[in-house]
Design a protein around this ligand. Sequence first.
Ligand code: E4P
Length: 217
Amino acid sequence: MQLFLDTTDTAVLRDLVSTGLVDGVTTNPTLIAKSGRPMLEVIAEICALTEGPVSAEVAAVDAKTMVAEGTKLAAVAPNVVVKVPLTREGLVATGEFARQGIQTNVTLCFSAAQALMAAKAGATFVSPFIGRLDDHGADGMELIHEIRAIYDNYGFDTEILAASVRNPAHVTAAALAGADCATIPPSVFLDLFKHPLTDKGLEQFLSDWAKTGQSIL
Ligand code: E4P
């Protein structure tokens, strides 16, 4: 399973990329606004920090302008993935990007029917929003299962990118459901390493080792 970081914080990204476990990055207009920086500058900096896919989202709502914006974003670096909303216009733009060989991440997916349409349009990634569905009283993880079954039934190669991930349990459940990737906030990435029994066990080992008076080096 590929793990992407959902962030525009380049200092945090630089630090976490050093683990060797970050496969790519996603951004959205909210995260760009949070950075307080010009979008193209942030995307270029992120693309220099990772060779993996970096999603950069269009701001237009009509297909023609989305294609113009996406073409400009894709020119920033070879690993830019143009992110488009899952609307009728967004899927028209997705089809055009597919014809041009530009990778896409179709975002704001909340139903299996929408995911089917994204795959038919030629999306590289589709982003079902698990956490926001859960907040809405639905079962976000069930959507991942449904999309996996539909894509496998018809051999679609659109990758399922679990998004709006709120905790490590979401990550493991998405992995079990067959999501190809998950995009996660840096805080959740750090939580993936943790378990209280690991801390307790290590404390005991270190204490017992100290009693031996030995040194390996
Ligand atoms: C993914 O591409 C989105 O940017 C992100 O996962 C949204 O997460 P949120 O629902 O926590 O804002």
